[in-house]
Ligand binder design. Structure first.
Ligand SMILES: Cc1cc2nc3c(=O)[nH]c(=O)nc-3n(C[C@H](O)[C@H](O)[C@H](O)COP(=O)(O)OP(=O)(O)OC[C@H]3O[C@@H](n4cnc5c(N)ncnc54)[C@H](O)[C@@H]3O)c2cc1C
Length: 200
């Protein structure tokens, strides 16, 4: 698949990060978006997005999220800015955590994956985070391997990187239809009736 011509429609965080990764792997990538970019109406474009790996007993999703956290740390180092702020994720329970419950299963999975978490039961919450009531939340934990991403800044930084990696950015192009040849997608038609294929 090396050296394919690839067209991606949508330059939110998924489109932009896919474009960057594919370009770094040697593919010719075109990235089209209605624009302006980062698009103010895209889900990716706001102030902050939570980044966490605590998803109950869901091992598959937890593993993916932990890989993504490693990726966020890499992007911080590459960007020399704080795109990802690792200030932890606090999980609070209204009663003692129980097997089968989201909080308990999340903590158990973290333990089994070797992730240290800080217990918040027994009044510890009041000492560490006095804004929260220990009587309302008698149990819980803090996972330090979590935080938030400065989401619009991330997309802006990613788009800059895609350009440097050779991605052709087509801003102001709203896709109306796929151009098909049999079962093969050959390009797109836009609202200005322009048709284009991936730039080879
Ligand atoms: C309120 C809210 C809170 C969220 N909180 C979190 C959170 O805390 N943590 C978390 O991980 N996730 C969170 N999410 C989910 C996360 O924001 C999305 O999963 C992610 O941003 C999706 O990215 P995307 O690139 O797929 O889509 P988008 O960011 O929406 O990008 C889509 C892009 O496609 C373009 N586009 C669309 N149609 C066309 C077309 N026909 N032609 C050309 N371009 C087109 C748009 O202009 C846009 O730029 C939240 C989502 C919302 C809405």
């Amino acid at each position: 698949m090396k050296g394919s011509n690839i067209l991606i429609v949508g330059a939110g965080v998924f489109g932009a990060s896919a474009a960057l990764e594919l370009a770094l792997r040697g593919h010719a990538v075109t990235l089209a978006d209605s624009g302006p970019l980062p698009h103010p109406r895209a889900s990716s474009t706001d102030i902050s997005k939570m980044v966490r790996a605590d998803y109950g007993g869901d091992l598959f999703y937890t593993r993916l999220a932990r890989e993504s956290i490693a990726g966020w740390r890499r992007w911080n180092a590459e960007s020399s800015q704080s795109l990802y702020h690792e200030d932890g994720f606090l999980i609070l329970a209204g009663q003692e955590m129980q097997p089968g419950g989201f909080e308990y299963e999340s903590r158990e999975l973290m333990h089994s994956l070797g992730q240290r978490v800080e217990p918040m039961g027994g009044g510890r919450l009041r000492e560490r985070f006095p804004a929260w009531s220990s009587s309302d939340f008698p149990d819980g934990y803090l996972n330090p391997a979590a935080g938030w991403a400065a989401s619009a800044n991330v997309v802006e930084w990613l788009l800059g990187r895609t350009g440097k990696a050779g991605v052709v950015l087509r801003e102001g192009e709203t896709m109306q239809a796929l151009l098909m040849s049999g079962s093969q997608v050959e390009g797109i038609r836009t609202d200005s009736e322009t048709e284009f294929a991936p730039t080879p």
